[in-house]
Structures are given as structure tokens and as C-alpha cells.
Design a protein around this ligand. Structure first.
Ligand code: DAH
Length: 359
């Protein structure tokens, strides 16, 4: 038979024992478990509470108060200890994830924290994709050419058949640089200005691709990045036809994506090509059968293309009576996204090693 005195005398020892168990649980997980065992429904304090009904009615209130007080004392102790444990666990996690960017290591390269010792870094998915594209075009006989990322209005727009105030400029939301120079300087919105530079300076014929970084005043979302990459293609020679363009795009598609992958063209508009097209390739995810990535169509739109507009030849000093050519351009990040089924393109900019190391 329980009496109030035995409850009163049992309490201090019970609280001390509980505190000891809490102190002994040094990691957060075992602490949370101990806390539940010592303060929860199956705790010794709860068991003691359950004996109250056996007391003389006059003692029940007082004994209940004593148990409650012991309980809140223990809960307070547990609370402050839990905050310490949580802080420690946080500190440990941050330490484990820390990358020391100021660290210089001599000798063999070290694996990032959390990776096996022989793991070394590698090119970013976008750079791997660019390299593969370059290799594919080099194998087809193309040169690789680069141009500046800060461009003048002339190269980005005007020489591409877009005089000032031409409405087609609205197709590209542009970031302008205030450099105090008489020419308007901007961050190129596409790789097409490199075409212009090449036509101005190169010897003909031209068979070249031009990869590089581009900028647009866009809010990043699942399918757009304000900083992204394109690859441009340009062929200028005597007697080049629309059929040559379709053939080159098809050959590229097969060579890059693999056998059984095809391309198709649909009419479109770009100021620097006439006629212009959009080209699509067999969806690399479903192989043309139809899936979520291609909205069931079996095709993925890759980029724009067309026959170089005679005005662009004239702006760059090439005789349009003698030469003809075609151009194309598409997004490298988009291509990487489609090929690897990334739901959200923004992961390409996060630099999270858990993502990067998958490719
Ligand atoms: N520059 C275009 C864009 O960024 C893509 C493009 C379309 C490039 C047609 C071309 C072309 O060379 O012929 O939207």
C-alpha cells in the first residue's frame, strides 16, 4: 500500500537517476529516446502518478503536486540539456559538410569530404556536354571558335539584321553594361554574335561551331537560367542549300544521340535567317515513343536554324550572290537537362557536390 511519505521520499532519487540517464545520453538521438522514456507516458514518474488513486483521498492532492513539481524540474533540466545536444549535433554536421575553399594542398589531389580517397573532381555536367558537342562537330569537320561575352549592340543585334528599335529585339531580354563608351555594350544574349565576328574576319569557306556562355534578364525557373550556354553553328560556302542544313543537323543528331535518333524541322522566325526553322530531335528519354519529358510527342525541341539572311552577309562583307550558308544554335544546359531528366535546371548552378558527383 502506497503512502504519501514513500512517494515523497522516492521522488528525489527518481529525479536524480533520471538526470543521470539524460546526462549519459551524449548524442542527440539517444538523448531524445531517454527523454521520452523518462518523461513520457511509460516513465517511472507516470507510474508513480498512477498509484495516487491508492492513497487516502486527503493525501492525493499533495502527493500529486509533489510529483508534478518533480516532473517539471526534470523537464526543465531535460530542455536545457536538449538544446545543448542539438547545438552540438548541428556543429558536428556543419563541420562534416564544411569545404575549406582557402585550402591549398600540395601533392596528389584530395577527395572532397565524405568521398572515398581516390575520388577526384571532374568537369561540371554542362562542360562535359559542351566537350561532347565539340567533339561531335570536330569529327564532322567543323572548327571550334569562341567570342567575347561582353558584346556591342552591333554584334549582338544590328549586324544580325536587327536595327535599333527592331521589334525582334524583344525576343531577348538583355542586360546592358554601363561602360561610358559611345557604343552600347551588353552581355551577349546568344552566341550568334560570334557568327558575325567569324564572317567579318575568317577566310571562306566557314564550317564552325561556337560554344559559350550567354546572359538574359530572366528570372531563373525550372527551364530558364539567366546565365546559360549555347552552341552556335555556321556554314558559309558556295552552293550551300537548305538540304545541306537538314543533312548536317540529321548527321549531328545521329552522331551525338546515337543510332535511331532523328531530327525534323518546323518553320519558325529569326531575323538573321531566312527561311528560319526550329529543329527537333527524337526524345532521348523515350526514344520517340512518347513520355512526360516530350509531352507524349516523341520529339524534343532543341534549337533554331535557318539560311543566313543576305542582310547579314552584307553587314559582314560577304557577297550574297556568290556565297550562301546556314546557321543554327541551341542551349547546352537545356540539352544536358533533357538528357539527364533534370526536373529543375537550377541545380546546375547550385554547386552541390551530391548532385555534381552523379555525372
Ligand atoms: N540565337 C538564337 C537564340 O538564341 C538561336 C538561333 C536561331 C541561332 C537560329 C541561329 C539560328 O544561328 O540560325 O534564340
Amino acid at each position: 500500500m502506497t503512502d504519501i511519505e514513500s512517494i515523497r521520499s522516492a521522488l528525489p532519487q527518481l529525479v536524480e537517476e533520471a538526470k543521470r540517464q539524460l546526462r549519459d545520453a551524449t548524442d542527440l538521438e539517444s538523448f531524445v529516446e531517454a527523454e521520452r522514456a523518462l518523461l513520457g507516458k511509460r516513465s517511472p514518474l507516470a507510474a508513480l502518478n498512477a498509484t495516487l488513486k491508492d492513497l487516502a483521498p486527503a493525501d492525493r492532492g499533495k502527493a500529486g503536486e509533489a510529483i508534478n513539481e518533480a516532473r517539471s524540474q526534470l523537464a526543465e533540466f531535460a530542455g536545457s540539456l536538449r538544446r545543448e545536444r542539438e547545438a552540438e549535433s548541428n556543429r558536428r554536421r556543419v563541420d562534416a559538410e564544411r569545404l575549406d575553399l582557402s585550402e591549398i594542398t600540395a601533392g596528389p589531389r584530395r577527395a572532397p569530404l565524405g568521398f572515398s580517397d581516390n575520388a577526384v573532381g571532374h568537369l561540371h555536367l554542362v562542360n562535359q556536354t559542351r566537350d561532347e558537342l565539340e567533339d561531335t562537330f570536330i569529327a564532322m569537320g567543323f572548327d571550334v571558335v569562341e567570342g567575347p561575352e561582353a558584346e556591342t549592340d552591333w554584334y549582338n543585334f544590328e549586324a544580325l539584321n536587327m536595327p535599333p528599335d527592331h521589334p525582334a529585339r524583344g525576343m531577348w531580354d538583355t542586360l546592358y553594361l554601363r561602360l561610358g563608351s559611345p557604343e552600347t555594350v551588353l552581355l551577349r544574349t546568344h552566341t550568334s554574335p560570334v557568327q558575325v565576328r567569324l564572317m567579318e574576319s575568317a577566310k571562306l569557306p566557314i564550317y564552325a561551331v561556337m560554344p559559350g556562355r550567354c546572359y538574359r534578364r530572366d528570372t531563373p525557373d525550372a527551364r530558364h537560367l539567366p546565365v546559360f550556354h549555347q552552341i552556335e553553328g555556321l556554314v558559309v560556302d558556295e552552293g550551300i542549300t537548305f538540304g545541306d542544313m537538314a543533312g548536317v543537323i540529321e548527321a549531328f543528331t545521329e552522331s551525338f544521340f546515337g543510332e535511331g535518333m532523328h531530327s525534323r524541322l518546323r518553320p519558325s522566325f529569326f531575323p538573321f535567317t531566312e527561311p528560319s526553322g526550329e529543329f527537333e530531335v527524337t526524345c532521348p528519354i523515350c526514344g520517340g515513343g512518347g513520355c512526360r519529358t516530350c509531352s507524349g510527342s516523341g520529339w524534343i525541341e532543341l534549337g533554331g536554324c535557318g539560311m543566313v539572311d543576305p542582310n547579314v552577309f552584307e553587314a559582314t562583307g560577304i557577297d550574297p550572290e556568290r556565297y550562301s550558308g546556314f546557321a543554327f544554335g541551341f542551349g547546352i544546359d537545356r540539352l544536358a537537362q533533357v538528357r539527364t531528366s533534370l526536373a529543375d535546371m537550377r541545380v546546375l548552378l547550385d554547386n552541390d557536390i551530391r548532385f555534381l558527383s552523379q555525372f
